[in-house]
Design a protein around this ligand. Structure first.
Ligand code: ADP
Ligand code: MG
Length: 499
């Protein structure tokens, strides 16, 4: 080999060496970055831990806050609002009743015919209507005139004479899912608007009266028999089907709960009398807070950047509005500090790009190569080239967020049961007959609970885990869809003046 050849060989060896060094360095860096991503997920998982011990602390905190909220106005972050509902339907309601549902995804008008026995519904007619942006931000007269005229057209179309005597006043259940200070079963003052509504001249007004006036103007002979929110409607419908139902929980875009309380436990309204000695209390539990809740830096930044900072703390860890957003915040940090989502920092920095149903679809991808996760990342988030092991890590993040949410909601439910002596802890003194715990049903409604099976499974599992095997078989969670529509109609039947 000549000198030139030797030189070339040496140069080649140096180059090979350099390439190898670069490759090794790259691999080391990449492994370190991967390690960083794994470490972030591990830290997050630890911060979200919900051991049964911690859940029991949340149970106790919920029961304590319920007491405080019942003791005095403003005594707790739980508002514990009176509803004046003292009798729940039992399946014997009879006749045709109407309902309005305002405050969910769509405005709806319903007509429901109850058979009179055996919790049977004979006919169920619904009309959905969008409320325009102008109506949401206009005047109260415009909104209620629109509602009354929609109702009138619906009644004229659906009222076929069966079961209806002309000129007899019809009863209506009005589900109005905004904060209301209730004055009676059928009246209440609007405290404030939420969900994009902003009609200034309606705040502080009795919304049932606004509707009644509008109905009179259109010539509708109807009466608001019950003014409720969606949670109370769900409890009513649950009780219509099963009289052991004592509480209702909504887990959809937001979350809330209500339950049947003894009036003598409602200390802030001493002397409150009802026929049954009970009253449904609307907890507004989305605003629950306790230092025992496992809070992470991602929850804190989500809250800081929200329009209602320091409010709805429980809701921000549990409900459909937020779960996908918590996942996004974790993924964004992983993208910033590792290279597992190539070029995705920008796409993951858009608030709320990961909606909860999308998160659920990724979480529930059961294909061995997580094909669906890859497809969602590409189609919805414009992130491509994510490795299988990174996709697995992403699914783990979804799992952590959902598991925590479901288990905290479960602790909230057991907190209610504890408050009313149905969790087995009060012993023979309350809630037990013949040495056995009493059968207890909780009605559950909402898109998150109904549509996200992993969430539902985690929640049910946690309720059983907290209660223990002796009591758990006596507690049943029952899906009760459309409490805000059918539930309001059955309440109208229960509180009908014609009954
Ligand atoms: P609302 O709360 O407006 O009355 P729903 O009870 O139907 O409406 O809840 C809708 C919410 O539930 C959605 O905003 C979404 O967050 C959540 N959701 C609905 N379907 C699913 C699903 N399949 N997986 C996960 N979350 C879902
Ligand atoms: Mg709803």
């Amino acid at each position: 080999m000549g000198g030139a050849g030797l030189g070339l060989a040496a140069a080649c060896a140096v180059a090979t060496c350099a390439i190898a060094t670069v490759m090794v360095a790259h691999r080391v860096r990449s492994r370190r970055r991967w390690g960083r991503a794994v470490a972030l997920v591990r830290e997050f998982e630890e911060a979200c831990a919900t051991s049964v011990g911690r859940l029991r602390q949340v149970v106790d905190a919920m029961a304590v806050e319920m007491h405080a909220g019942l003791a005095s106005e403003g005594g707790s972050k739980l508002r514990m609002l009176l509803t004046f509902i003292d009798n729940l339907p039992d399946g014997s309601e009879e006749g045709t009743y109407y309902a309005l549902d305002l405050g969910g995804t769509n405005f709806r008008v319903l007509q429901i015919q109850f058979s009179g026995k055996g919790s049977m519904i004979l006919t169920h007619r619904v009309q959905r209507q969008q409320i325009s942006q102008e109506l949401m931000t206009g005047t109260r007269e415009e909104l209620f005139n629109f509602i009354a005229s929609t109702l009138k057209q619906f009644v004229q179309r659906e009222d076929d004479g069966i079961d209806q005597i002309p000129d007899v006043r019809k009863d209506l259940g009005f589900t109005f899912s905004f904060p209301v200070r209730q004055l009676s079963v059928s009246s209440g003052l609007l405290i404030k608007w939420t969900k994009g509504f902003s009609i200034k001249d309606a705040v502080g007004k009795d919304v049932a009266q606004c509707l009644t006036e509008a109905m009179l103007k259109t010539g509708l002979n109807m009466r608001v028999a019950a003014l409720v929110n969606d949670t109370v409607g769900t409890l009513a419908l649950g009780h219509y089907y099963d009289v052991d139902t004592v509480a209702a929980v909504i887990i959809g875009t937001g979350t809330n709960a209500c339950y049947l309380e003894r009036t003598d436990a409602i200390i802030k309204y001493q002397g409150l009398l009802t026929n049954s000695g009970d009253m449904v209390v609307n907890m507004e539990w989305g605003n629950f807070w306790s230092s025992h809740l496992p809070r992470t830096p991602y929850d804190i930044s989500l809250d800081d950047e929200s329009p209602n900072r320091n409010e709805q703390g429980f809701e921000k860890m549990i409900s459909g509005m937020y779960l996908g957003e918590i996942v996004r915040r974790v993924l964004q940090r992983m993208a910033e500090e590792s290279d597992i989502f190539p070029d995705a920092v920008q796409n993951l920095s858009v608030p709320f790009v990961i909606r909860t149903p999308l998160m659920a679809a990724m979480h529930e991808d059961d294909s061995p190569d997580l094909r669906e996760v890859g497809k969602i990342l590409e189609d919805h988030l414009k992130i491509s080239g994510v490795s299988l092991k990174a996709r697995r890590l992403l699914v783990r993040v979804c799992d952590i967020v959902t598991r925590r949410a479901a288990r905290l909601a479960a602790a909230g439910i057991v907190g209610i049961l504890k408050k009313i002596g149905r969790d087995g802890s009060a012993g023979v003194a309350s809630g037990r007959t013949k040495g056995k715990p009493r059968r207890t049903v909780v009605a559950v409604e909402g898109g998150l609970y109904v549509g996200y099976s992993m969430f539902r499974e985690y929640l049910n599992e946690a309720v059983a885990e907290i209660l223990g095997e002796e009591v758990a078989p006596y507690v049943c969670l029952r899906v009760c869809e459309d409490g805000s529509g059918t539930g309001a109609a059955v309440l109208a039947a229960a509180y009908s003046s014609n009954r």
